[in-house]
Design a protein around this ligand. Sequence first.
Ligand SMILES: Cc1cc2nc3c(=O)[nH]c(=O)nc-3n(C[C@H](O)[C@H](O)[C@H](O)COP(=O)(O)O)c2cc1C
Length: 370
Amino acid sequence: MTGSDATEAAPLPPLARIPPAIACVADYAAYARERMTPAAWAYLEGGAADELTVADNRAAFDRLKLRNRVLADLSSGHSRLDLFGVAHEYPILLAPVARQALAHPDGERASLLAAAAMRAGMVVSAEADVAVDALAREADTPLWSQLYLSTDRDRALAQLGRAEAAGCRALVVTVDAPVNGPRNREQRLGQPLPAGPGARPAPQVAPGESLFSNPLITAAPTWQDIAWLRTQTGMPLLLKGVTDPADATRALAHGVDGLIVSNHGGRVLDTQLATIDALPAIVAAVDGRVPVLLDGGIRRGTDVFKALALGARAVLVGRPYVHALAAAGAPGVAHVLHLLRVELEMTMAVCGCATLADIEASHVVGAAHA
Ligand SMILES: Cc1cc2nc3c(=O)[nH]c(=O)nc-3n(C[C@H](O)[C@H](O)[C@H](O)COP(=O)(O)O)c2cc1C
């Protein structure tokens, strides 16, 4: 795709100026919608089927309540952490989101510039409009490379080679989408987007045929492919899209270095558990052996805090930064990272946490039991 799918530029929103200010990340959505084509907006915003999981990813955060703590010594506070031997200034990364030229002509390049300026990590999608090795030459920030596995191992090796050439700090294998979910919002609109680079087609099933004879399913990866990939790289390997504790345990037995609790932003399986509700059981199964990250529905610093309190090491954000990308390019993405970080640090201060290590499960009331 090219940037021509982004609509004619409306005036830039006034970012943090008042009035009317963009005060929080959700404020970007309306500007993004104005500036994207209906088809691109449906693709970005939509989820599977009735989009119940999209809504529940958010609602589940809102159901959790916070307990503050008073009079803690905050004088040498910070929100730094280490992930796979790399220092991160704060526990928020940009999630892999495909085809960012649909949002802004500068696409992934703008997101990367923003991540680098704000010293945040970025996970580059397997379906990015710019390949990860080309992107890595443009700015210096911890990059992780996301890929989808199939039985096509040559393809996987080529992707691995690009990730290594790019100096990526980790490899993220997305395992929750052997097929795309039914994207009814896009189907109803009836304006299919042209296929992007690396895009996996939606399965076409003719009447009378079973999905199980579709090539996408017959080439879908299995645990054997994870075992094989493990032998091919020394890079830290994460599985993205694990929500079942038995799967988490099995992933560790396959030598995986980290897990991302994700439901693909509610885009694959509708009525799937909200990620913050799935987190405690995964954290219990992993028992501190590898870092567990989470994405889905993060819109506020309090959401980040709740995820960390329930055992996530860091979080990723998806749609919010692409809204800001569509609205304002790289400065918008940088602003989203800034807003989330400051909101997180405000929450830490009020909850008496000078560092991430001080954030505890007891700060959160109403969490799902492991
Ligand atoms: C438009 C769009 C494209 C996405 N593309 C990918 C992708 O290529 N690979 C992947 O692993 N996840 C992809 N995701 C899922 C995100 O990485 C992430 O799991 C999700 O957006 C998090 O939820 P949030 O949007 O509520 O923050 C995509 C999400 C959106 C909205």
